[in-house]
Design a protein around this ligand. Structure first.
Ligand SMILES: C[S@@+](CC[C@H](N)C(=O)[O-])C[C@H]1O[C@@H](n2cnc3c(N)ncnc32)[C@H](O)[C@@H]1O
Length: 319
């Protein structure tokens, strides 16, 4: 298998060592708050106590997975996130082909810092793709005063994950000329000439994927294959994931016929990626990311239909 390369190390130094204009697209799920995947915090996560990782209570008999707690980030830490991604963007920019896209998982509260940083680092902001699914975040009542304020919630209940889209400016006069010279500048449509929508119904990562790759932030193949496929407008090239975790993005790249390079700094997650990429890529052979159809994706059909209802509410609910 020579269609993928997995690198153990810090992504900024690894990207620095790459050839200019050698990457066609980037799809990544960075640590939202940077601190949650620092060696100290990962050690606390693995011990199951303390730090920014909160272990949610069991819910209806189901063991829930640890979630990072972004609300405790200080203003200074938020500025550090922005400063980090300015540096990251500046290192990445020359390695990406002109017109190459970058898609990054975000968090509704923190995405503005990453978007500002990417623009400061030389990228164009091209909007956001929403991965819709029922999460557990948000909707909390005022702490210790739930009975006093029974009709108040502090934040909206989260039903989406924002994936921020950026583009390196094209180097030619038109997108067409850029596509001809560099093979980048646009997005690949879904089958039947349908443009990639900016709202994609999804569901939590299926257990059969978690059994292969037990990473706390594992993303589902159904969603990843759709977005990764869309990043290479002419259907060929190299996808980079600088924060690959268990390598689910690289698996998606292989599944749709692209080459992938993944970088991971944590040795345990890197070994997990080495073991997981191929089996993840071989799941659901008919799922090639060219439609939103979830058939074969192993998600729950019920959940998927709930998402569709959210996107297309029955007439009685519309304004
Ligand atoms: C949110 S997780 C990505 C999980 C991935 N979406 C998956 O499905 O497995 C982010 C990953 O980035 C890694 N990471 C954090 N900082 C890094 C750095 N500077 N260079 C490379 N990897 C880094 C973390 O160890 C973590 O595994």
């Amino acid at each position: 298998m020579n269609r993928m390369k997995l690198i153990l190390g810090d992504c900024i130094s690894a990207i620095n060592g790459m050839k200019d204009d050698s990457i066609h697209g980037v799809c990544t799920d960075p640590p939202y708050g940077l601190v949650e995947f620092s060696p100290d915090e990962v050690a606390k996560l693995r011990m199951g106590k303390g730090g920014v990782w909160r272990l949610p209570p069991k819910w209806e008999g189901c063991e829930r997975r640890p979630l990072p707690r972004f609300s405790i980030l200080t203003q200074e830490q938020r500025q550090e996130i922005q400063a980090y991604f300015v540096q990251w963007a500046r290192v990445l920019l020359p390695k990406l082909r002109p017109g190459g896209h970058v898609l990054m998982a975000g968090n509704p509260v923190l995405q503005m810092y990453v978007q500002n940083a990417m623009v400061e680092g030389g990228f164009e902001n091209r909007g956001t793709v929403l991965r819709c699914y029922h999460g557990f975040r948000g909707g909390d009542r005022p702490k210790n005063a739930e009975r006093e304020f029974p009709d108040v919630c502090v934040t909206p209940r989260g039903n989406y994950e924002p994936w921020m889209l950026f583009r390196k400016p094209i180097a030619e006069h038109t997108v067409a000329a850029n596509l001809r010279k560099w093979g980048t500048g646009g997005l690949r449509m879904l089958a039947g000439g349908k443009p990639l929508p900016d709202v994609i119904p999804s569901f939590k990562t299926p257990n059969c994927e978690r059994e292969i790759a037990d990473h706390p932030s594992l993303k589902p193949q159904h969603f990843l294959r759709i977005v990764v496929r869309s990043l290479l407008p002419l259907g060929q090239g190299v996808i980079l994931d600088p924060f690959m975790g268990s390598g689910s993005t690289i698996a998606a790249a292989l599944a749709v016929g692209y080459e992938g390079i993944g970088i991971e700094m944590d040795k345990t997650f890197y070994s997990l990626a080495q073991k997981s990429v191929l089996p993840l890529s071989l799941l659901y052979p008919r799922l090639t990311g060219d439609s939103l159809d979830y058939a074969d994706a192993n998600g729950s059909a019920e959940e998927f239909h709930e998402q569709l209802l959210l996107l297309d509410p029955p007439a009685k609910y519309s304004m």
